[in-house]
Design a protein around this ligand. Sequence first.
Ligand SMILES: [Zn+2]
Length: 210
Amino acid sequence: MSQDNCILRELNLKDKNIHFTDNEAGEWNYFDYRGRGDKRHKCLIYTANLTYSVSRCSDCGFRDCVEHWGWTSTEMRLTGTSLWDVRLALRKQRFHCKNCGNTFTAASSDFEKNCQISRNTKVIVKQNLNEDMMTEKTVAKHLHISPNSVQRIEYDAIYEGGQYKYQYNFKTTITEAIFHGMSSAQPMISLALFGVMPLQSSNLKYCPID
Ligand SMILES: [Zn+2]
């Protein structure tokens, strides 16, 4: 559906199995508030269903035995073209295998399992930290996610060894990095304390693997 494609582009998503829904007034998004106390703020909310047909059970492998089994709802965090904190109220299709009784939920290429932050948002976090040299706090504010989430994404990137890797130049000692307040040294400092990384690897940056 062309409307879906337009919104997908606007929200920096790609999965064609996400089908957006409008409200009674024919509007595709609306404002609502999220958070408590000082953190209460205005968000731009989209609603959509994630569904597709499944021909084979992922567990037993039998064909034509998978039926729709209701929905489960979750709210995803997005990075779109808007400056608002953009959320996607997503209803995910549940499936049930009549042969083995297995139940499972629709998955999207735009989101990792059990994570509410979109893959593209994670890519932008890494770019902001390592190419734009923004601090964790600034990235968190810029993308409307918590500093803890930014840190978690950074830690995951260190371990994944897939799309990104760390490079070291060993020019600065960890002590100097701490005194000069280098934000890029924060995850390394923590890892060094746990004995995962050498203590002198302070001046580090991301680079894509060819
Ligand atoms: Zn099955």
